[in-house]
Ligand binder design. Sequence first.
Ligand code: OFO
Length: 167
Amino acid sequence: MVSQNIEKALNKQIRIEAESSQIYLSMACWAESKGFEGVAEFMFAQADEEREHMLKLLKYLIERGGNAVISELSKPATGFNSPKQMFEEVLEHEIFVSNSINDLVSITFEEKDFATNNFLQWYVAEQIEEEATARTILDKINLIGDDKSGFYLFDKDVRSMIVVPSV
Ligand code: OFO
């Protein structure tokens, strides 16, 4: 059985993961509308992955006897100046998620909930990957600069970075 504080903190993270999925879905739609098909495919996959993260937390909370709450979600941004600006927002968002996971882990220490602490280690490792992927993509975009043919190749290349969910 989880404590009320852990239940509240897990529900908050469930909302954050669901909002991440919506944010990336919105980015996928924008990329698709601009003809960046590889980027769109990548972001659709990211949106699916975040939904899996949300479900994994939700199922864990239920399994531990807590009440999972499905919250109202904030409306994601719909327009971006460029893929570069969009991926800068992805990185910023993933750093926000990492900080939120870290806060959650520190609550498990306060509550002496070592089972939840152990469960959350998967998310700690996942966040290292997600931040690294966003940084790698931004490095590639910065290398390309204004070269249109380079961007055409990048749009194809980004498809190879799609990660099949391991949850
Ligand atoms: Fe990319 O955020 Fe989930 O964990």
